[in-house]
Design a protein around this ligand. Structure first.
Ligand code: HGY
Ligand code: MN
Ligand code: MN
Length: 416
């Protein structure tokens, strides 16, 4: 019988795979731009599919393009233990956000193959479509449809800023699968991910045992004023949509600071039209988002935002449409899976601490339909969604070893 407690993944092989995947969409500054449903996303998916085939797995793709590579269980009728994350990146993303979770899960399977180990439950490795939400909003839409939070129709109808439609792009890259999205039992889901914040590194802790995912509200604003000449329109008579938008950006910051220290407020995208240097902008498209671990605080921030935006519009003679495009409720992960992560870290002699996730993850939706937990590794200076995102090979291996042991506890190794 294999000495289970001393089982380890192959850290060098994992690191090589991470570096190989990072070549697809590599940017001159050392990051990755492999945005969802682009040709680069297709290349990353194809590489992942080849690696899964080489590991003896069978691949299924559902109608949202979510990929599930499966290693048969001794009793293949049982619901799978699933591990995974996402391969799509931000435009100025790093090499590890999402990718560590997908390739760390693949490394678990490769290691089981090396040790010729069987598990009672089948094992699946998932690559979720469009976790980032950079090109098509909202984020985590592949797992969101899988968990029943969005309908397939509304997801496939999403459009990017250039007007391209999600469903058409998914078909264009050849990943519009035939399988129904979700609606099947999962025995347990584990997601390995970099923390994307500074806590673990600052405290010198190896592993984050993620107990909750914080809540989010995502907004779009359509602000309308009146285009007119920059040189002749008296200041008091202007209806300047960009000035109004600037005040709303400051309002996001003010509302978040008013709910410090946990609240976050960010405006990430703005488009002023007509976009001419000497025309007072008549219309502005602006995005914003709030985050907080408590639903009640998110609701209070929403109220303050709406009241503040109405006052800004009235003051500037503007109209301001506020659309909430997605609400992600705060989510507790399942106690049994969280304990399995804690036990795995302890058994490996790794320092660990409970932590709440500041970032959203596919696990936050999967938690609605399956017992779910997450594993965090530190990242250098807590930096992510930046081309300089960096982790060490040791952190990657430690996280994947925790993933191995937590997943095996649920998948049940069968004596060889
Ligand atoms: O926005 C997030 O937290 C994640 O990167 N989708
Ligand atoms: Mn991610
Ligand atoms: Mn991300």
């Amino acid at each position: 019988m294999t000495d289970l407690p001393n089982m380890r993944i192959d850290g060098a092989r994992l690191w090589d795979s991470l570096m190989e995947m990072a070549k697809i969409g590599a940017t001159p500054a050392g990051g990755c731009n492999r945005q969802t449903l682009t040709d680069l996303d297709r290349q990353g998916r194809d590489l992942f599919a080849r690696w899964c085939a080489a590991a003896g797995m069978t691949l299924r793709v559902d109608r949202m393009g979510n990929m599930f590579a499966r290693r048969a269980g001794l009793d293949d009728s049982l619901p799978p233990v699933m591990m995974g994350s996402h391969l799509d990146t931000q435009p100025t993303g790093g090499k590890f956000d999402g990718v560590l979770g997908v390739l760390g899960a693949l490394e678990v399977v490769r290691s089981l193959n090396d040790m010729k180990l069987r598990t009672r439950h089948p094992i699946e490795v998932a690559n979720w479509t469009n976790e980032e939400g950079a090109r098509f909003a909202p984020s985590m839409i592949g797992s969101g449809v899988f968990a029943g939070h969005y309908t397939l129709e509304e997801a496939l109808a999403a459009r990017d800023l250039a007007g391209a439609e999600f469903g058409a792009e998914l078909a264009r890259i050849g990943y519009a699968g035939a399988d129904a999205v979700g609606g099947r039992p999962i025995h347990a889901y584990f997601e390995l991910h970099i923390e994307q914040g500074p806590i673990l590194e600052d405290e010198g802790v190896d592993i984050g045992v993620v107990t909750h995912g914080q809540g989010q509200r995502w907004y779009e604003f359509h602000i309308a004023g009146f285009e007119s000449h920059a040189g002749t329109t008296p200041m008091p008579r202007r209806r300047d949509a960009l000035l109004g938008a600037a005040r709303i950006v400051e309002l996001f910051n003010r509302v978040a600071l008013a709910h410090a220290p946990l609240a976050m407020g960010t405006c990430g995208l703005i488009e002023a039209r007509p976009g001419s240097r000497n025309v007072i902008p008549g219309s502005v498209f602006l995005t914003g988002e709030f985050r907080h671990p408590e639903a009640a605080v998110l609701a209070a921030m929403d109220e303050a935002l709406r009241a503040g935006a109405a006052e800004i519009a009235a003051r500037g003679g503007l109209t301001c449409e506020v659309a909430e495009i997605s609400y992600y409720p705060p989510v507790p992960f399942e106690a049994g899976c969280v304990e399995a992560v804690r036990r795995a870290a302890r058994g490996l002699g790794l320092s660990h601490r409970d932590i709440v996730s500041g970032a959203g993850h596919d696990a936050c939706w999967v938690a609605l339909v399956a017992p779910t937990a997450m594993i965090f590794t530190p990242c250098v200076d807590g930096v992510s969604h930046n081309e300089s995102e960096r982790i060490s090979p040791e952190w990657a291996a430690a996280g994947a070893n925790v993933l191995l042991h937590a997943a095996l506890e649920k998948a049940e190794v069968v004596a060889g």
